[in-house]
Ligand binder design. Sequence first.
Ligand code: RP5
Length: 158
Amino acid sequence: MAHVGIIMGSTSDWETMRHAADVLDALGVAHETRVVSAHRTPQRLYDYATAAADRGIRVIIAGAGGAAHLPGMAASMTHLPVLGVPVESKALKGMDSLLSIVQMPGGVPVGTLAIGKAGATNAGLFAASILALADPALAERLKAWRQAQTDSVADAPQ
Ligand code: RP5
């Protein structure tokens, strides 16, 4: 059963959002991926967000670009933690996406990550950290992943 739901506004977001999926794969966290557009498929968004918790999803990662209303609208319809990834847009380099996601009204939180690949990667890690609070084996895998990252940093440039 998937514990993390990765949703994105368009198939064009997958190039960014796959980095969240990659890190969840590396950590052995079951996840699902869906294209859910706040503007083009609002009924799909409603159905996904309202059913997610009952289906066993524990964290939602939502990525979108431009007028990026997907994370906020998903958060408005579920008590699950929602992590928002601003996808880099062509016109405004993702600043539009970032500002659309980050300035939520008090009472409806979205945990907003960085624009683009780093944000997607960190959303995956953040979701794993949340799940690791109740999963000691996952916590160990997460610590090992972080240690491997530390060990991979060179002392000096080649
Ligand atoms: C947003 O519009 C999507 O999240 C995507 O980042 C952006 C462009 O979508 P496409 O025109 O590539 O489908 O809804």
